[in-house]
Design a protein around this ligand. Structure first.
Ligand code: DAK
Length: 261
């Protein structure tokens, strides 16, 4: 697929997926969603990629939401197709074996905040502003925002943010455990995201993928079932080459070279 609204760069096993519609503050229209879906699928199946960083082009916005101008003209059929595409992306990111880091620069609003919340790790620059303005537009968050925010910050905070539509700063988002770290500017944001991605890429892809699965699946189970699930995945890792390589490398006092098999 030819990309017109996103840029993909792959360097040293790390993929950068840059959403690039700067004139519309990187708002998500149907074309962006189609390109995002296709790119994420390709990156998940690309053996040269171990971790993905999603960011927005420019300093002003990560993603300022779904495209309001496109949504204004949608009928129920078009809106349903748009919603399905968005949901497929959010679900796919959660199910991907490879970790996805959101590097939030500037506005992350509505669908943009939801995209970031679907990612495994969020870093933000000091100028980031995050929020759900949907209720000011006569709708509600619909790309997983109501479900993912409540799981991160709890019901009362999610209620306040979603019912008021107010924006919060990166520092407040860090206090609420939405963001892992706040960085001074876009350069330091990207450096931090890359540093983390490189650390992840150095580790066992199978270990990382199974841990992601255990965390995301287990959170919807009761603790007893979740612990059983964790032990099953833990056991399965002993059937992988990564486990043999990681433990052999330790015993042989050398660096492990994982193949993700
Ligand atoms: N959509 C379309 N265009 C947008 C946009 C957006 N979300 N956000 C900004 N733009 C465009 C502006 O229209 C403007 O374009 P021109 O008018 O110059 O052509 C350009 O980007 C620059 O924006 P501003 O001139 O407004 O820039 P400012 O610095 O003054 O303000 C702002 C920045 C981010 C505060 C402001 O642009 C703003 O409030 N933008 C809207 C933010 C917003 O409400 N986002 C939430 C959208 S609703 C669904 C699931 C999920 C969703 C939808 C459906 N289903 C399940 C069906 C998600 C919904 C949303 O995300």
């Amino acid at each position: 697929m030819e990309y017109k609204n996103i840029i993909i760069k792959i360097e040293d096993s790390i993929a950068f997926l840059i959403i690039s519609r700067p004139k519309a503050l990187n708002a998500l229209n149907s074309d962006v969603l189609s390109e995002l879906e296709c790119a994420l699928y390709d990156l998940e199946n690309n053996n040269d990629v171990k971790c993905i960083i999603i960011t927005g082009d420019g300093d002003k916005a990560f993603v300022a939401g779904a495209d309001i101008k496109e949504m204004l003209g949608m009928d129920a059929i078009a809106a349903a197709a748009f919603a399905k595409k968005g949901h497929r992306i959010i679900r796919f990111i959660r199910k991907m074996q490879k970790p996805v880091i959101a590097a939030v620069n500037g506005y992350a609003l509505g669908g943009g905040f939801e995209l970031a919340l679907a990612c495994d790790i969020i870093y933000a620059s000091e100028n980031a502003k995050l929020g759900f303005p949907e209720v000011t537009l006569g709708i509600m968050p619909g790309f997983g925002g109501t479900q993912n925010l409540v799981r991160v910050c709890g019901e009362k905070v999610a209620n306040e943010l979603i019912f008021t539509g107010k924006m919060i700063s990166a520092v407040r988002a860090k206090e609420l455990n939405v963001v892992c770290e706040v960085l001074k500017d876009k350069d330091s944001l990207m450096e931090k995201a890359l540093e983390t991605a490189k650390k992840i890429a150095f580790n066992s892809p199978k270990g990382v993928a199974f841990a992601k699965n255990a965390i995301l699946t287990g959170v919807n189970m009761n603790l007893s079932e979740a612990l059983d699930y964790e032990s099953t995945l833990f056991g399965l890792l002993f059937n992988t080459e990564d486990q043999k390589e990681g433990m052999s490398a330790f015993v042989e006092k050398r660096k492990a070279e994982f193949k993700g098999k």
